[in-house]
Design a protein. Sequence first.
Length: 154
Amino acid sequence: MVMTFSYLPTPVRLRAIRRMSIVQGLTLEPLVRRAGIARPDAARHEQTVARLRLAEAALARLDELAAGDCAADDVIDRARASLQARLGHTRARLDGTRAPEPDGLTDRELRRDLNAAENAELARLYDDGTISPATRQRLQRGLDLEATRLSEQR
């Protein structure tokens, strides 16, 4: 059944349509899950396997670049350490053998905290007039992308 709300004034109509869209959006995922249409575990596994393959490909390419002296050794070492850590986490996720977290902050929690500190400093620099709106926007985009990456990691 399609509801047009044509009898309502435009602002009220838009609010009603917006509310209905929100309600439908919030109820769609549980409905799909209950109906058995989507299998989130299968999709999550597929994504984890794909992440593993991506990291393996990147590590293989990094080895090629390292052999050709295309970058400084410390740059190669940092990239290799990052990729190997990603591979370790991804393999542990596939095996179901997550390493026990040490006391204190996890890597992701630490990076989120650092991202929040950078966001606060960026806001302070902008509010003080130290940086322009364009600089703030470029830097904010990078921080937002990092925050998104951190929220997508599981």
